[in-house]
Ligand binder design. Structure first.
Ligand SMILES: [Zn+2]
Length: 289
């Protein structure tokens, strides 16, 4: 079961969010048949998405996170909503990259850094919130920290990681530490020091439980537990939603495809579920609209 742990430290002058998204990332790997580099890239983005989801205000809010770096993997899209439900896909899931000289997966090379990280949050109001920042490295953690600073004014340290083994993800998670008002120089120095332990967060997660990690690294810093929430990878596609996509295609395009292939097949990008429509069913979609 995936979980999100929230806590305060330093007498409420910093906030910690620790995310264990191992199950979600494993599901995504299977669902999209991700290459190792794509698994690391989408995995990190899903964990960043979990952080956005858990901080959404309102019960019916939703978000979309788009990372567009111009690299061979193409765009990464993560979406979700209140209740910590996340889903995501990458444009080219089979693209893989040679390992970097240090033996690490080359996520930055696959994602690229000529582009933007964009977050759209929909609170059900007239206009969705839209924030964007230029990518720093395409490695996602640094890019997300920059987004939080530039678009939301949150000074943070972000660590995101996916550790793969032959079965998929052995661990996938993230730690986001935010500075809150009143934090002083001394506390920032201590935090910087603690964060050095999290450069390989997913490795750490294969050795210790979330509780052990939090206790070991933050227990002595006036640690105050806030919440423990569940996190799930779940798609929200349905026949109705796909019918809207068909309407978006337009009548001509839809019937052209049916003429060529005898049917209209649409795959949900987020979960790879196939939706197949016969000509009669497509006729009905236009009769009803
Ligand atoms: Zn779906």
């Amino acid at each position: 079961m995936d979980k999100i742990y929230k806590a305060l430290i330093f007498d409420k002058k910093a906030r910690i969010t620790f995310i264990d998204g191992t199950c979600a990332v494993n599901q995504a790997i299977k669902m999209h048949k991700l290459s190792p580099t794509a698994a690391a890239a989408l995995g990190r983005a899903l964990i960043a998405g979990a952080y956005i989801a858990t901080n959404l205000k309102g019960k019916r809010s939703s978000f979309t996170l788009i990372i567009k770096g111009g690299g061979p993997i193409g765009n990464i899209v993560v979406a979700g909503g209140s209740g910590n439900k996340i889903r995501g896909f990458v444009a080219n899931p089979y693209v893989d990259m040679p390992l970097k000289d240090n033996g690490k997966l080359d996520v930055g090379g696959a994602v690229g850094k000529n582009g933007f990280l964009t977050v759209i949050k929909d609170y059900g109001l007239k206009k969705p919130y839209n924030g964007s920042c230029e990518l720093v490295s395409g490695e996602i953690a640094e890019d997300f920290a920059m987004y939080l600073l530039k678009s939301e004014g949150i000074k943070s340290a972000v660590s995101l990681g996916v550790k793969l083994d032959k079965n998929g993800a052995a661990a996938a998670g993230g730690l986001i530490v935010e500075a809150l008002p009143g934090i002083d120089e001394n506390m920032l120095v201590i935090l910087e020091d603690v964060m050095r332990n999290f450069t390989e967060i997913s490795n750490l997660m294969t050795q210790k439980s979330a509780e052990q990690i939090l206790d070991y690294y933050f227990g002595h810093l006036n640690y105050q537990k806030l919440a423990e929430e569940e996190l799930v990878l779940e798609c929200n596609c349905s026949k109705e939603r796909i019918e809207n996509i068909i309407k978006g295609l337009g009548k001509e395009e839809a019937y052209d495809i049916i003429k060529e292939t005898g049917k209209l097949e649409i795959d949900c990008q987020f979960c790879s579920q196939k939706y197949v429509y016969t000509k009669e069913e497509v006729d009905k979609i236009w009769e009803m609209s």
